[in-house]
Design a protein around this ligand. Structure first.
Ligand SMILES: *Cc1c(COP(=O)(O)O)cnc(C)c1O
Length: 362
């Protein structure tokens, strides 16, 4: 079978050139006589890899010097607990914006550790938009405000960065990190599982403003203590060595393409192809409000569950795979992360037209 266009929400496509480079270096990494998978994480050759990965990520995202970059494990879901354990430090209060399933999971996890409330929610509208907030939406003495910037399941994204005044803003960016430039200085903490837009599953990147570190609750497990991880340069224990190496190759790939501004232009062009088509016809509906549309995850439905099912299975036969929507939403979802080529989206739109012609609704 040839390589397919993989529209999976995660783990998802990686750039072919990255996979080829990893394959070429698989058995004998730069004359070390071994694979990166087999190396001691404390060997000079590996220390160079993780060091370069951090330098490159700082360059790609223009991360200010007063932020630490941590290469951790546990996925974004583990950070749902680590965030309150590390940052519910003063009033013990935190305000969450509920814009989908992951932000709701983060909210419920945080409730185990403090006075955690929903400052805004679009749950009643089945999360078809991202709630609007202003400074008055948040408790002035909250220790932090938490958002999920791109809602992978529903296909929505914040069109604005919430104004929280002096309250640190913490963002789950698992499905939008590296898709466009973000002003890191607007956030206290950014975290992201790597398997959407950065690397293989197993690596979680946490970018944290230094002054927020050092206030973890006493019962915080060592592995979740960001200060301890920062003090040990992400080497408190064995880091996810292989995933960090792949991430390094992805950062290099982004820089070679022209950085995040270029990435954004390419992603906007891909998303526009799909949304323009969706807006031009009536066979498919896009359930999400226009202002909240995600650039990474595009959701749509035919309105007929049997047709949706047929769509996903026939598309797969044409090499367009993993288009079935999340079980809680139904319909279809096309995840078009950085590594999805424009041709993949063009093929998808062509398939959508063909499918609509061949399957008239009753
Ligand atoms: C995928 C995803 C998660 C869950 O990530 P894990 O790494 O599986 O824990 C959390 N938040 C967002 C926004 C995601 O896209």
């Amino acid at each position: 079978m040839e390589r397919v266009y993989n529209f999976s929400a995660g783990p998802s496509m990686l750039p072919v050139s990255v996979l080829e480079k990893a394959a070429a270096e698989m058995l004998n990494y730069q004359d070390s006589g071994m694979s990166v998978m087999e190396m001691s994480h404390r060997s000079p050759v590996y220390e160079k890899i993780i060091g370069e990965a951090e330098t490159l990520l700082r360059k790609v995202m223009e991360i200010p010097d007063n932020y630490k970059v941590l290469f951790l494990q546990g996925g974004a879901s583990t950070q749902f607990a680590a965030v309150p354990l590390n940052f519910l430090a003063k009033s013990g209060k935190a305000d969450y914006i509920l814009s989908g399933q992951f932000s709701t999971k983060a909210y419920k996890e945080a409730q185990k550790y403090g006075d955690v409330v929903a400052a805004a929610s679009s749950k009643d509208a089945n999360f078809t938009f991202v709630p609007k907030t202003d400074k008055a939406s948040f408790r002035p003495d909250a220790d932090y405000v938490h958002i999920c910037f791109n809602n992978t399941i529903y296909g929505t994204k914040f069109s604005y960065i919430p104004d929280t005044g002096d309250i640190p803003l913490i963002a789950d960016m698992s499905s939008c990190i590296l898709s466009e430039p973000f002003d890191v200085s607007k956030f206290g903490v950014i975290y992201a599982g790597a398997q959407k837009n950065m690397s293989a599953a197993g690596l979680t990147v946490v970018i944290v403003r230094e002054d927020l570190l050092g206030n973890a609750k006493e019962q915080t497990p060592s592995m979740l203590d960001y200060k301890l991880m920062a003090d040990n340069d992400s080497m408190y224990n064995t880091p996810p060595c292989w995933c960090i190496y792949i991430a390094k190759l992805v950062y290099e790939w982004i820089l070679e393409l022209g950085g995040l501004q270029k990435m954004k232009e390419m992603n906007e062009a891909k998303a526009k192809l799909l949304y323009d088509y969706l807006d031009s016809q009536e066979y498919y509906q896009a359930p999400v409000e226009k202002e909240s549309r995600s650039m990474m995850n595009v959701t749509f439905v035919t309105g007929d569950a049997d047709l949706d099912k047929k769509f996903a299975s026939e598309a797969a036969k044409c090499g367009l795979v993993n288009l079935k929507g999340h079980r809680s939403v139904g319909g279809m979802r096309a995840s078009i992360y950085n590594a999805m080529p424009k041709e993949g989206v063009e093929k998808l739109v062509a398939f959508m037209k063909e499918f609509a012609e061949n399957n008239p609704k009753k």
